[in-house]
Design a protein around this ligand. Structure first.
Ligand code: ZN
Length: 371
């Protein structure tokens, strides 16, 4: 597949990329004022929770406070979403990510039998919810046959002393030094961070629930930081909006923030060939129109889902913008399994019957909120 005239961040001139196509015939596409990016890696989502609207009624001290509040105050709302069969909720969660150019998701929560036809879903690490929310967490942590296996857990999720205490409790119990990957870490200190292989940072969710996020500037001195969106239950569906929020905090430079959704998580989760622009292989790639007047990192972080022109996953087109329709027809690209939807006024053609999925979801929950 030839992709012509693309800008790449921190490179001067536009260039042509040759990407090994998946099943597709040779294709040549030309772009105008567009940027090529690696497919994004989202290190924290609950794919079966992405049909929830944001639920939260005040600033909370901890995740246990939030959980008991919404289970009372938003009982009906929760029941309405849970009436939608899980399989459909997962399918939507996958599309939520694809529409934003995310080609790899690390799913957190109980193991899901997920299709891998649109994006890659990784569930290789052991997933525990949290200290309070996971029965038998000590037994699971100390499992004799899992000492090498990464363990992912919400930790320090809140601002109360109890949240801080949970972190030291987990560290103290980790006698076999299992590789721990924490999520949130709002209450985490620099010293505690050293006991974790990595921390997944979810600032949008954190500010929404607790009015505060992890001290990334300090914590990154002692552990690796990767970025996660969390589900729509607590955060925006759009990872780009979240990245801009993170960028505004000015706690890391642009290259370091970008690494948290690309090369960094690719290494952490063992996603070979992901997180970088690699030619001559079946890449995960996003091509987006450069926002008017933007250059350098502003062009990267200025991207909105409406600007995305093409998403390749393992060399296969999963999404393309309406403006590429005629070029793809000329290339004899088979359109039969692509369905159009509008994002913020722009038509995107998406692999699979997304409009049909949305209609099916509405038969269970007529007021379901999508994006
Ligand atoms: Zn989680």
């Amino acid at each position: 597949m030839q992709l012509r005239n693309l800008h790449i961040v921190e490179q001067e001139a536009a260039k042509d990329l040759h990407i090994a196509g998946g099943r597709s015939a040779p294709i040549s596409l030309s772009f105008e004022n567009a940027i090529a990016l690696p497919g994004l890696i989202n290190s924290h989502d609950h794919l079966d929770f992405d049909l929830f609207p944001r639920l939260g009624n005040r600033t909370y001290g901890s995740y246990t406070e939030w959980g008991s509040d919404i289970h009372q105050a938003d009982k009906e709302n929760i029941a309405n979403v849970l009436r939608i069969p899980r399989e459909l909720r997962i399918r939507w969660g996958i599309y939520k990510n694809l529409l934003a150019g995310v080609t790899s998701v690390i799913h957190h929560g109980s193991y899901l039998d997920t299709p891998q036809d649109l994006i890659s879903i990784t569930q290789t690490a052991e997933s525990l919810h949290s200290i309070s929310g996971e029965k038998g967490w000590r037994r699971k942590l100390l499992h004799p046959f899992r000492r090498q296996r990464q363990l992912v857990i919400h930790i320090g999720e809140g601002t109360t002393p109890a949240c801080a205490k949970e972190i030291s409790q987990l560290i103290r119990w980790n006698v076999f030094r299992r590789p721990l990957i924490g999520i949130h870490g709002i209450a985490m200190t620099e010293e505690q961070a050293a006991a974790f292989k990595a921390l997944v940072w979810c600032p949008d969710s954190n500010f929404f629930l607790y009015g505060k996020t992890a001290d990334i500037q300090q914590l990154r001195r002692r552990t690796k930081i990767v970025f996660g969106t969390d589900s729509t239950l607590t955060a925006s569906w759009d990872i780009w909006q979240q990245l801009r929020l993170a960028r505004q905090l000015k706690v890391v430079d642009d290259a370091a923030l970008w690494d948290m959704v690309t090369a960094g998580p690719a290494r952490l989760w063992g996603l070979d060939g992901c997180g970088e622009i690699s030619e001559d292989r079946t890449a995960d790639l996003v091509i987006a129109a450069v926002p008017p007047g933007a250059t350098g990192w502003n062009a990267v972080f200025g991207v909105k889902p409406r600007d995305i022109l093409l998403v390749l996953h393992q060399g296969n087109i999963r999404l393309f913008d309406g403006s590429l329709h005629d070029q793809l027809i000329k290339n004899a690209w088979p359109m039969d399994n692509f369905f159009p939807i509008a994002i913020d006024g722009k038509i995107k053609h998406i692999q699979g019957d997304l409009p049909g999925l949305m209609r099916e979801i509405q038969t269970y929950h007529p007021d379901a909120s999508f994006i």
